[in-house]
Design a protein around this ligand. Structure first.
Ligand SMILES: [Zn+2]
Length: 271
């Protein structure tokens, strides 16, 4: 990637569907959107056409919420693997840069046990993806609830095993699950430094991240907020991203979608 691009999570509120979503992004001056397959990887031919006719806009995919690659029941685990693969297949079909998903829950197991199981699971996913010649980036997301597998360290550990796997860094989730920490310039720099030190320049030059205002409590993430109503320090985050010369995509998941995405882009460009 040549620069940092700013994407909305889903179609902008001002758009009715994908047929005018990219026109709305164009009028605001944003760079693309994340296609939300949160309730399943399905799209109509009309949607497909509209997405394929997006011109230079970038897209990424968010996989279904009903994914738990650490499910105890074999059928649930298989269904989760299929949901990740279907998201990767959709990326190939629609030309998405990267896909992300919440990989698993601990379900009472410790971090390293789950990480080990997820490495095996991703081996299986990547073997199939390679057989099908699928090329997108595969990105487990840093998760916001303490019951979910997906700290930055865990995802880095997993990513080290695979060429096509990198973390999707959700800064709001990290802030929420770490009890309000990771909200200053130095802390954001620490995250980006760790990413680069462990996974190399590739990770900094092909970045995929999420950000939003967030409400959180003892168990971590509660819900997304707009920046104005939250304590999330997006300005320091963007200063850190500028310092590290991050290239790739930053997806904004605030409920007012395009407004906060535009705030991010304008502030970043003012630096
Ligand atoms: Zn997510």
């Amino acid at each position: 990637m040549e620069k940092l691009n700013f994407l909305t999570a889903g179609i902008p509120t001002k758009a009715s569907d994908y047929t005018n979503a990219f026109d709305v992004l164009d009028s605001i001056g944003l760079d693309g959107l994340e296609v939300e397959f949160v309730h399943g990887v399905r799209y109509s031919e009309k949607t497909r056409e509209a997405i394929l006719n997006r011109g230079n806009f970038l897209i990424t995919h968010h996989g279904p919420y009903y994914i738990n690659l650490n499910a105890k029941e074999q059928d649930k685990k298989e269904a989760s693997i299929k949901r990740v693969l279907d998201t990767i297949r959709a990326a190939e079909d629609l030309g998405a840069y990267s896909i992300t998903y919440h990989a698993a829950f601990y379900l009472g197991e410790d971090s390293s046990t789950v990480t080990k199981k997820l490495i095996d699971c991703h081996k299986e996913i990547i073997e199939i993806a390679e057989k099908e010649n699928l090329k997108t980036w595969i990105r487990p997301e840093t998760t916001g609830k303490k019951s979910q597998w997906g700290t930055l360290d865990e995802i880095i550990e997993l990513s080290k095993n695979f060429k096509k796997v990198l973390p999707c860094i959700d800064f709001a989730h990290i802030h929420a699950r770490e009890d309000g920490k990771f909200n200053t310039y130095n802390e954001f720099c620490h995250i980006l430094e760790k990413l680069g030190n462990n996974l190399g320049e590739t990770a900094l030059n092909n970045f995929h991240g999420h950000v939003a205002g967030i409400e959180y409590g003892a168990k971590g993430e509660k819900k997304h907020l707009i920046f104005e109503e939250s304590d999330f320090n997006y300005k320091d985050l963007l200063k850190a991203m500028k310092k590290f010369d991050i290239k790739g995509v930053l997806v904004c998941e605030s409920p007012n979608i395009e407004i906060d995405t535009k705030i991010l882009k304008d502030y970043y460009e003012s630096l």
